[in-house]
Design a protein around this ligand. Structure first.
Ligand SMILES: [Zn+2]
Length: 310
């Protein structure tokens, strides 16, 4: 039985960031939500909160981080924990790992924000019974993590599932919301694409409407591509758009349609494509779970999966 340790967790989001102190089994004791301002202002606020909680609760032994990307996650890379080019003002090229180490005295274990949520679902939520699962988040962007035995699958950078190209409907002439691709999933079906095309969020349209049908078909295509490529045991669909009532059911129907004859009984069941169990807490719970476990990729590569089971 792994030792329960007091740890810190950070969910670094595009708009807001959550910092928590709790146990490495995912239990949250204290948390704070901070606007994701420029790093020079945010990092000291994070460090101050952790110091304050340490005075109250005891020594924090490790730090886990789920961060927006793109970010280098190969522990062997000279720029591990450094953000690449990003739209988020002030963060391009920022060395997150070094900054957190300097400010807190703790070497952070960093994964993507979506991987952090996926890890939490694997340990405590909807992916608990799955050896291989996919966590998708559909909100201001589309992100995805491939979780194998409770960890993100080792990768060159990290998956960019939101940029998978889809078959655009011939009647859909809306410009892509992705500046890189004319018909990727994020450009066609994330929140900004929905707002630009329909003028309001999907919640304003009834289940079964043409608007729901279009977005569900795009997300269904994406899920079908994931089934064909990875054959996961389960796909979790989270995020703000993902929470739209009935959208998961419509997406499941579209996925099955797109799979054609390859839709097995296991894929057709309601559980295969479902909502996250931990809801909005998944990201920060995952950050606590990975604290002190070294880098996700190096552990996976060294075959240390079992050591990460809670
Ligand atoms: Zn794209």
């Amino acid at each position: 039985m792994p030792i329960r340790r007091l740890v810190g967790g950070i969910e670094l989001g595009g708009t807001k960031s959550i910092v928590a102190v709790g146990y490495n089994d995912g239990t949250i004791l204290e948390r704070i939500s901070l606007p994701t301002v420029v790093p020079e202002l945010l990092i000291p606020q994070i460090a101050a909160f952790l110091r304050e909680q340490q005075m109250r609760l005891g020594e924090i032994s490790a730090l886990g981080v789920g961060a927006f990307g793109p970010i280098t996650l190969d522990p062997k890379a000279h720029n591990y924990g450094k953000l690449l080019e990003t739209n988020k003002q002030g963060w391009s090229g920022f060395d997150l790992a070094s900054a957190l180490r300097s400010a807190t005295g703790l070497a952070p274990n960093i994964v993507t924000d979506v991987a952090s949520a996926g890890i939490a679902e694997a340990h405590l939520g909807a992916l608990r019974q799955s050896e291989l699962g996919v966590y998708l988040t559909v909100g201001t962007g589309i992100g995805g993590a491939i979780i194998y035995h409770g960890k993100p699958l080792p990768a060159l950078l990290h998956p960019e599932i939101g940029h998978v190209a889809l078959q655009r409907h011939t009647t859909d002439t809306a410009p892509s919301a992705c500046r890189f691709h004319p018909s990727c999933a994020e450009g066609l079906a994330a929140g900004p694409a929905i707002m630009a095309r329909f003028g309001q969020s999907l919640r304003h349209f009834a289940p079964g409407s043409a608007e729901h049908g279009l977005i569900a078909d795009y997300l269904g295509q994406l899920c079908a591509n994931l089934v064909f490529t990875l054959s996961p045991q389960r796909i979790i669909l989270g995020g703000g758009v993902g929470q739209t009532p009935s959208l998961i059911d419509a997406t499941r129907a579209s996925m099955l349609d797109r799979l054609g004859g390859y839709a097995t009984e296991a894929i057709a069941c309601d559980h295969f494509l479902s909502a996250p169990h931990l809801g909005q807490d998944a990201g920060i719970v995952g950050a606590l779970c990975i604290a002190g476990h070294g880098n996700a990729m190096s552990e996976s590569l060294s075959g240390g999966c079992k050591s990460w089971q809670l």
